[in-house]
Design a protein. Structure first.
Length: 77
């Protein structure tokens, strides 16, 4: 069974110096510890649209429950 070596051949790999070293500039910079950190937000206003949908959902649930309560009362009569 043939085994293929996944490592590149040092003689044919670009960017390698003789002996296997890598010259400066060939490797990507290290990752920073705080990627994309921006300025601190001190003013974060509320959106205000959450009260409307929540009120609508509560009203629909109450109407739904009232309908089935009335239906149950009518069936018992």
């Amino acid at each position: 069974m043939d085994h293929i070596n996944p490592d590149p051949e040092p003689e044919r790999t670009t960017g390698l110096e003789p002996g296997g070293g890598v010259p400066p500039g060939e490797t990507p910079p290290a990752e920073s510890s705080m990627p994309g950190a921006g300025p601190r937000e001190t003013h974060n206003p509320t959106k205000g649209w959450a009260k409307g949908p929540l009120t609508l959902i509560i009203v629909l649930v109450v109407l739904f429950a009232a309908f089935f309560l009335a239906y149950a009362i009518v069936l018992m009569l």
